[in-house]
Design a binder for this molecule. Structure first.
Ligand code: SF4
Ligand code: SF4
Length: 218
């Protein structure tokens, strides 16, 4: 509410990919948010026009480059993006590039928490942190960066108890899982060498990424 209450024209921008699948920012959620905001703002005595629009992916210029969308963005005071944090930032920079007579305000409707896998209906678990230097070949396909609460490269720590992590009795100890998997694979030797340091340079610097890195080209 605090993000939008000063605006009389608002565009709710849903995203048709990941956030639709996880039922957080798709067409249905955009419709619900628009109606909730409209009711709440009117209750506070504000006159407001709220429109909704869907794009297939907000993280891709191809889908944002739609004249009817750009016209709507030009017309409103604020865009509420229901994409993940990537989509919000990408839509914001795209609109500010193509609309050059004023700055466009794009705000997030969601809190993006992780890259995960679908475990059951409406249930996801975090699996990758995008560290840029994958170690899964050494850890039996279980990520210690993401799934160990301390991101330990040499585990388990002293807090591991009965296969659970010290942070919660409901959370598996990732290193317990790793040891079990390596034992089943007959590959316990893989964790004998002590991992000294992780190379964090390829991770989270916000820089460009190519499908094939320059230094990997044959
Ligand atoms: S090691 Fe890095 S790239 Fe591989 S799954 Fe874990 S966080 Fe993702
Ligand atoms: S108990 Fe296991 S998962 Fe939890 S911090 Fe220690 S090694 Fe990591």
């Amino acid at each position: 509410m605090s993000m939008v209450e000063d605006y009389s024209k608002i565009l709710i921008l849903g995203c048709g990919s990941c956030v639709t699948i996880c039922m957080a920012g798709g067409e249905e959620e955009a419709r619900i948010l628009a109606s909730q905001l409209s009711l709440a703002l009117r209750k506070n005595g504000k006159k407001v026009e709220i429109e909704e629009f869907m794009v297939l992916r907000q993280c891709d210029n191809e889908f944002l480059d739609d004249p009817s969308l750009i016209e709507k963005v030009r017309d409103v005071g604020i865009v509420v993006s229901m994409a993940c944090g990537v989509g919000v930032q990408h839509a914001c920079s795209f609109f500010n590039r193509v609309i050059d007579d004023r700055a466009i305000r794009v705000v997030p409707a969601l809190n993006t928490t992780f890259m995960g896998a679908n475990m059951d209906v409406g249930e996801w678990e975090e699996r990758c942190l995008g560290c840029g230097d994958c170690v899964l070949e050494k850890t039996g396909g279980i990520c210690p960066i993401t799934r160990c609460a301390k991101s330990l490269l040499n585990g388990p720590c002293g807090g591991s108890s009965n296969g659970k992590c010290e942070i919660s009795k409901d959370t598996d100890c990732a290193w317990h899982l790793i040891l079990e998997r390596l034992e089943a694979l007959g590959e316990l030797d893989r964790i004998k060498p002590v991992e000294m340091y992780k190379d964090w340079r390829p991770s989270h610097d916000g820089g460009p990424r190519k499908t094939v890195r320059e230094d990997e080209k044959i």
